[in-house]
Design a protein around this ligand. Sequence first.
Ligand code: ADP
Ligand code: MG
Length: 509
Amino acid sequence: MADLYTDARDEQTIEDVLLHGLSTQRAPKLRVLRIALARSLQIPTPPAEELDGGSMGGSEYALTRVTGAGLPADDEGRQDYDLAVRAMLSVYHGEDMFQGEESERRYRRYLQRHVRRGLQEIRTTWRPGHDFHGFLYHELFVGQAPRPARAELGQEILAGLREIGVSAQIRSVEDGPRISRYRIFLDDVNHYDKVKRGLDKLGLHLGLSTRQGILLQEDEDREREARVLALDVPRPRETWHTVPGARLRDWATQAKDVPILTVWPGVDVLGEPVYFDLAASPHLLVGGTTGSGKSVCLHALLLSLLWRLEPKDLQLTLIDPKRVELAHYGAFPQVTNGQIIEDIGDALETLDGLVDEMECRTLLLRQHGVANLAEGREQGRIDLPYVVVVVEELADLLFQSREAEAPLVRLTQKARAVGIHLVLATQRPDSDTFSGLLRSNVPGRIALSVRTGAESKIILDETGAEKLLGAGDMLLRPQAGVATRRAHGVRVSSDDIRLCLQNVRGRIQ
Ligand SMILES: Nc1ncnc2c1ncn2[C@@H]1O[C@H](COP(=O)(O)OP(=O)(O)O)[C@@H](O)[C@H]1O
Ligand SMILES: [Mg+2]
């Protein structure tokens, strides 16, 4: 049985490297696969899940051909490196890949993602005909040369500012997980607008692409001191700190006196936890391109709730027409009927059912003379749970069945008081998916990175998300009328979900 899969482009890359790069067809493919692995491991953020499947025209590999598992050493460079590779991936992903069937499966999956990402990297930076050894030297060694130290970066920023006609001094620097915040003191108060207009230029000066721009932080100090401003300067990826799922667990399990539907999507640019009350949103849209971190963000929202709430307080309805992302949650007792809704017909039925539930609850509230579910629960008159409905890929749902829009709109209009809250995720932030009525009734927004300012506007009503760094970088405005904030998402893994499930089972028995 095969352990790893590639697609046709990967195979072409392997062939090109063998023939034009290493100038021999006789070398085992394993060499190319290992170079690809090495290249991928240099990138500090994990490779995307999209690399999981192979496809037509691709090939299949047994583990032996990649890591040499089980091979005796020979003079072609074949040798059993499996333990070493396993150890590297365990460290890289912070997950144990030595024990049990599940970890074995994960190991192979991660290995495939890395190899395929490495091949992608090779074909984006090298072409047959170019010097492959030079490429390797440059990519694998020179690229690792230390970046300018912080003091130097400060000097670079000041030089960049001078270039746009601004003279200033640096007051302080704070390092967050992905950015460093430079507090700048302008020599001339009138230069503020010059800075604002010149940010892209400043970014280019620092070798950042304009997409990964510097953000100007309108901070509190400015009110008091017009000459102070803060620049959030993104750092190179290799200096980023991931926010692990364990932190989310700590926040959620140690939180006291927070609203019942509090969620912790990530940390702010300086590393402090960011949280909000989903009930206050009262409905949320999560938008961003493929690979921007939407699913991981949904996991963070879900685990925030699952770590704290029992089935009597929380019922989750999970709709996942893509049938992949939410599969893990079927085993949680908080999930209605222990089922993830994947079929479109079922989804429609469920949404209609929720509208009925909403009407029933509205009546019940009226009979008990309470304004909303929170009040009813507080007074001990109503003991219904909150209902959180998650739709993973709104566009898919609406594309397959436009009828789904009507119950969604009704829910967003009226379900707040009765404790039903929607979280809608989409990779297609366009006006077709997120149309007028839905827009105006879903005030909570989380934007992950998108391609264009126009897409950012659809999600947030403002630009900015096109400048985000990807991998869970987000702008969030959890409620209408509050300021938009930048955050870096918690990286929830399937292990975090499993751990939470164990905990829930232990708690509920
Ligand atoms: N908060 C995060 N921290 C670090 N990496 C992340 C984070 N969120 C996402 N990623 C990376 O981005 C990849 C794609 O995330 P995913 O949530 O599947 O994107 P989407 O659902 O938008 O397609 C993940 O496999 C992971 O490698
Ligand atoms: Mg996804």
